[in-house]
Design a protein around this ligand. Sequence first.
Ligand SMILES: Cc1ncc(COP(=O)(O)O)c(C=O)c1O
Length: 447
Amino acid sequence: MGLAGIIAREQARFRETHAKSVAEAGALEAHWLFGAPFHWMKDWAAPAAIVAAHGEGATLTDIDGNSYDDFCLGDTPGMFGHARPEIARAVAQQAARGATFMLPTEAAADVGALLAARFGLPFWQTTLSASDANRALIRWARAVTQKPVIVVFDGCYHGMVEDCFVELRHGRTRSDAGLVGQALDITRTTRAVPFNDIGALEAALAQGDVAAVLAEPAMTNCGMILPEEHFWKRAQALAKKAGALLILDETHTLSTGPGGAAKAWGLGPDALVIGKAVAGGFPAAVWGVSAELAAAIAAVPRGSGRSGIGTTLAGNAMGIAAVGATLREIATPEAYELMLRGADELVGKLRGLIGARRLPWCVAHVGARAEIVFAPAPAKNAAEMRPALAQNQLNHALHLYLINRGVLIAPFHMMMLVCPATTSAQIDRLVAAVDSFASEYSEESAT
Ligand SMILES: Cc1ncc(COP(=O)(O)O)c(C=O)c1O
């Protein structure tokens, strides 16, 4: 049976075991554009959206009563586990006292101090999403430096941030084909360079017009691409020399350790963005800046007083309570120890099966995140990674196969995230499901 055959068989199996989800999908189509409250919810490999009933720790249950070992964790916001009682309590207590006042609460000073102590930057702001945080910092970077250009790495993703929707084709920055409804030419003010390419970064900075380099410490949105040794040391020095700010987006790499990858790897960014899991899954994100950048931001003339940066519910009292509970009670060193140990176990077992079955795949790994790459060796930039990502049918078939065996991994890529509650039994079930798929796939490839 070829991959198409596996997909057809698994689609039928999904329909049989997800009758309520399939029926609910019909009702969702009635009034939700794209058939779901948010169109990404339709990007899973399943033939109909899996309708969630509840989650707890590393387990999700759907309305048909199917239980899943959840390695997607909401695509990262659930990194410390679903339905954490610490978050439920903090948010409920604050909701009972009032959700949002356009005023700080007494908890806020302490939360600011926790952020500064943990991530090593002294001044912070909140937004509702990592996308908003990145957008805010891009604006401040341009305002402070009075320079127009942002440098990003080819294959990057920083959320719903138009400035970052570019890619490198034949050595030139192009608008990403996925950027719909954009009237302005982003390539005039954003330059893409290959990750791990110091020469290209130096050339991109050479014109002296760059406000900021915006990057993930390790790329996690074009497969997973790790920085080569000394890359960041040199990149940081180049940015500084060119008078460009270094903004590190730790939204995914927060899984590296309690202070994110920047802390774990000794990097010295001017600004940090942390979203998704920083409030235990509650919608809040934070961005932080150095004392020097904070002073420069404060000195930016603001005309009418409005900056045009921020949204009404940013910094709402419930979000602050959730960030506080996350930093104090759930993103603890002990939690990270469990996550990192579990991820090491997962990676070791996946590599074992890839070796045993002689699959042309490898596993990339940063902190509690791991990713199967459909290529024999890790990529060092997006151009190298793209052929592996282009194996759409294989990707689709494996995702669907895992869903039918009670395992969820990120729908958009092969990302698997280990949370503190993830058990060895769950890891074994994931590895066994991949192994079972690989045995069918290898037989098919051999014929
Ligand atoms: C690195 C990175 N930054 C920012 C974002 C945007 O996060 P959000 O969609 O919560 O705004 C994402 C989303 O996947 C991301 O991967």
